[in-house]
Design a protein around this ligand. Structure first.
Ligand code: CTP
Ligand code: MG
Length: 244
């Protein structure tokens, strides 16, 4: 029996400056499809997801809508114009999620390798908690550094990396909780949050539970990330074949 009404909020309102591609990265291709299509598909086909709100860059609404026309859409996808920052785009998108929704999964279209398993894991956990973030353990050693008198950076501490995680999306929340978080951020004129669980934590609104992320679910930020992402996927599928 289906217990929670679940919506997905996909963020594609950025302009991909660091990608230096001339067009926003959501329209670039990985594994033969645009990032936008790759990110949307697992949410579109998942029967647990009741509907999708897609935040588009305001200058690329037509392009986004045209692209959507080429994709089979088994459920409603509402396209809305985003804001100047990710935080703004998420806040605007949240206002478009129907009141009837219990939970919302927020996902960056910049992570085109999101898997159905990850989506399912978020929904399952949200049956018992109010906020989840997918994340992977820190692989590198973490250093704290300060500026030296000569202008160089000097290490002041090596941190215990077992306490640190690299946040991914999807992140999932009770709808009322994440709307409240964004409302508080706006009322307090707090800008610059780079993800949504950070806002919940800032206002200590709820514990945020970590769910094991996926090493393939990497974020496309710089040009070489496309090559890395495709290679990672290929490696995983070959490894799975060998394992069989
Ligand atoms: N995003 C958004 N609205 C914004 C800025 C970002 O919806 N005003 C979305 C992006 O489309 C992306 C996600 O937030 O899916 C994470 O942002 P980021 O990786 O920084 O993407 P861009 O902002 O597009 O890239 P850049 O910072 O290099 O310009
Ligand atoms: Mg950005």
């Amino acid at each position: 029996m289906k217990e929670l009404k679940c919506f997905a909020l996909l963020l594609a309102g950025g302009s991909g400056e660091r990608m230096r591609a001339g067009i926003p990265k959501q329209f670039l291709k990985v594994t033969g499809k645009t990032l936008l299509e790759c990110s949307l598909e697992p949410f579109l086909v998942d029967p647990e997801i009741d509907g999708i709100v897609l935040v588009s860059h305001v200058d690329h609404l037509a392009h986004t809508r045209d692209l959507l026309k080429t994709i089979k859409q088994p459920k409603s996808v509402k396209v809305v114009p985003g804001g100047l920052t990710r935080q703004n785009s998420a806040r605007i998108g949240l206002t478009e999620i129907p009141e009837a929704a219990d939970i919302v999964l927020i996902h960056d279209v910049a992570r085109p390798f999101v898997s159905s398993n990850l989506i399912r894991a978020c929904i399952e956990k949200l049956k018992t908690v109010d906020a989840v973030v997918t994340a992977i353990p820190m692989g590198d050693t973490l250093l704290r550094a300060e500026d030296s008198a000569g202008g160089d950076k000097v290490v002041t501490a090596v941190l215990d990396r077992s306490c640190f995680w690299r946040a991914q999306t999807p992140q999932g929340f009770r709808l009322s909780l994440i709307r409240n978080a964004h409302r508080l951020a706006e009322e307090n004129q707090m800008v610059g949050f780079t993800d949504d669980c950070g806002i919940v934590l800032h206002f200590a609104l709820a514990p945020v539970y970590i769910l094991p992320g996926d090493i393939n679910n990497l974020k496309i930020t710089f040009p070489n990330d496309i090559v890395l992402g495709e290679a990672s996927l290929k490696w995983s599928s070959q490894t799975r074949q060998v394992d069989r």
